[in-house]
Design a binder for this molecule. Structure first.
Ligand SMILES: C[S@@+](CC[C@H](N)C(=O)[O-])C[C@H]1O[C@@H](n2cnc3c(N)ncnc32)[C@H](O)[C@@H]1O
Length: 361
């Protein structure tokens, strides 16, 4: 842009006008000189204007550059701020996800615990119920046991102190049933595996029948001597032979057992009318009482009574199952809470194995 605003412009214009007047007035050389000076002034003026213009243009460019730089910086700052915000947003999102996950985990833990507590409460409920049932059963059993003791004493009329029932010894209900069977059957020979309190009651029952004999096997010397002494004290020694019969290793079928060594015991074939299996103790080996029938069956009378104690135990149930598969055994039912009776040599009866299993449960 070119305009006349400075003194150089005015001077140039003045000189040009003077030059032009000299031309009009006819002063050719003077007018050329004035025109030249005016042109020079114009050039100077134009240069000055151009310098000013360039300076302003430079200033404008610098300002523009500065403004651009500032804008770039500002944009960079904004971008940095946005990136920071975005990072924070991501952080907040991750924290929220984490919080959600830990809430879920907490919820699941709480639910599991609630479930466990519910199950626990149900178990407690069941235990309380079972406990109440057992309490009722215990009362009934106690009354029955007591009643059986009274009946045994009335039936056998023992004098002096008598051995206790239960625990390691047979319970009173079983002894009452066995005593009843002895009085009814009047056996000639009763064989007992495992001596103790029952030896006294069996001898007493035999005494009441006026005949018969008890042959008891005892593998522990101490208890054999105790029983012999006790029977002698009650003047029953003539009714019973309580023998010390140690256990020995023997093969029954393919299996080894520790059972009574009968090599020194004399038995007549078909002579045993009643067999009570209450020894050896289960602690002497697995299925410890199984050999009783395999070893004694040649000496059993047809229709003999076989009594097995502790049939609430799984081992005794298995023993009975094995016997039933091998011998003619007819189940006669329960002789008390934990005692079963069978008839030997009768037609094979269906064993109530389901009932046995139920008792074990
Ligand atoms: C299951 S107990 C049964 C004894 C016997 N049939 C009775 O009912 O009294 C089996 C074993 O207990 C042992 N025994 C005998 N008298 C005992 C006593 N006073 N205390 C602890 N155990 C005894 C004997 O070794 C016996 O063979």
């Amino acid at each position: 842009m070119f305009y006349i605003s400075t003194w150089r412009g005015l001077l140039t214009a003045g000189l040009c006008l003077i030059g032009a007047s000299f031309v009009l007035a006819g002063f050719a050389y003077s007018s050329i000189l004035v025109a030249a000076v005016g042109l020079a002034c114009w050039i100077v003026c134009a240069h000055s204007v151009a310098v000013t213009f360039m300076r302003r243009l430079r200033q404008f460019a610098e300002k523009t550059e500065q403004a651009t730089l500032e804008s770039v910086l500002a944009i960079h700052d904004i971008e940095t701020a946005i990136s920071g915000l975005s990072k924070r947003l991501t952080g907040v999102e991750q924290a929220s996800e984490r919080a959600e996950k830990s809430f879920d985990a907490l919820k699941s833990t709480v639910m599991t615990r609630v479930d466990k507590l519910e199950n626990h409460a149900k178990r407690i409920d069941r235990s309380v119920n079972d406990g109440q049932k057992q309490q009722v059963k215990l009362k009934v059993d106690t009354v029955r046991e007591f009643d059986a003791i009274l009946q045994i004493r009335a039936l056998l009329e023992p004098d002096g102190p008598t051995p206790y029932f239960g625990g390691w010894a047979m319970d009173s209900m079983s002894v009452l049933r066995i005593a009843g069977e002895i009085l009814r059957r009047r056996p000639r020979l009763v064989v007992e595996c495992g001596s103790g309190a029952s030896s006294f009651w069996l001898s007493k029952a035999l005494e009441r029948t006026g005949g018969g004999r008890l042959l008891a096997f005892e593998h522990l010397r101490e208890y054999q001597e105790d029983t012999v002494r006790f029977l002698a004290g009650h003047r029953l020694d003539h009714m019973a032979d309580v023998l010390f019969v140690p256990l020995c290793r023997m093969m029954v079928g393919d299996e080894p057992y520790d059972w009574y060594d009968l090599s020194q015991v004399h038995l007549q074939p078909g002579s045993i009318d009643v067999l009570l299996v209450d020894g050896p103790p289960g602690s002497t080996g697995p299925l410890a009482r199984y050999p009783a029938l395999p070893m004694l069956h040649p000496f059993m009378a047809e229709g003999a009574l076989v009594i097995v104690d502790d049939t609430i135990r799984k081992e005794e149930q298995e023993i009975v199952e094995r016997w039933a598969a091998q011998y003619e055994l007819k189940e006669l039912g329960s002789f008390g809470e934990r005692t079963m009776a069978f008839q030997f040599g009768a037609q094979k009866g269906a064993l109530r194995l389901a009932e046995l299993a139920e008792k074990a449960a």
